[in-house]
Design a protein around this ligand. Sequence first.
Ligand code: AMP
Ligand code: FES
Ligand code: ZN
Length: 308
Amino acid sequence: MCGERDGTIELRYARLVLCEECFKKYFVERVRKTVDEYKMFKPSERVAVAVSGGKDSVALLHSLKMAYPDLDIHVIHIDLGIDEYSEEARKVTEEVSKLVNVPLHIFSLKEEKGYTIKDFIGTKYGRRICGTCGIIKRYYMSYLAKKIGADVLATGHLLDDVVEVMITLFVDGKFGDLITQKPVLEPDFPNQVRKVKPLVKIYEWETRLYVDLNNLPRLTRSCPLRIGARSIRRKEIIMRFEEQEPAFMRRLYRVFTKKLIPILEKSVEKPRLQPCKICGGPSLTGICSKCAREVYLKDKKHLDIKIG
Ligand code: AMP
Ligand code: FES
Ligand code: ZN
């Protein structure tokens, strides 16, 4: 791209070899193009960026700020209360928000609700604790985004993530759920924000490199509650396809989003959602999955939990 420096980074999917400076520019440019292609937000909108402290959401925040310096960006972070892991996550998020000069809003489960994800250990939700954590995180990310007046919620989901989830859903026959992997999810319920994935065309190895080349802070430990490596194993298998056939993941994602999902949207009936009797959020049965878990903790563990 620059015609000056030596190229050291090979992007086989694009048949490009770039120097470090040009790679950083190319990364930002691709984030901008993805946002524009899928009309993720307008320049006048407030964008809440969900930062966990991991490399992906750190790269997301930094590249969005580089691509759109005048955009009204706010960082949101959910403190899950998982000991040193959450302490470091919070610290990294504070550091990177300061670095890019963006306001930060923290929602602490312990302080606001009176429990932490650790309280699910040893309960019936303990064996699939990451799933429960995901339900709770997703709820409070949307809640906080709405509370700070954001129009859009951006998350750091990458190409490797969405392709792995899509293959898993496909194998499990959960075709209706494939729709959730779209780059843009318009709210399908009152009081929700639009959800967008600006890194959906970026590979995981690229965010790692982007964070390193820009010397950005990032979480050094992984969640101690994480068990089961199925998704990691599947990602490795998909990566092997990619090595044999560069751009495999990009093509697969394209086919899913441009060809398969439009067919599914016409043929698969959307689940009928009703307001949760406790929090008013979307639910299938009248009590949402998040509130069901909070009620369970309060009843079984006699914790002083603010439900709703
Ligand atoms: P995960 O499901 O943990 O892979 O996270 C996917 C995305 O959700 C991340 O890239 C972040 O954008 C967001 N996210 C996850 N955990 C948090 C958190 N504790 N606080 C804020 N955002 C988060
Ligand atoms: Fe949710 Fe580890 S971050 S269980
Ligand atoms: Zn609820």
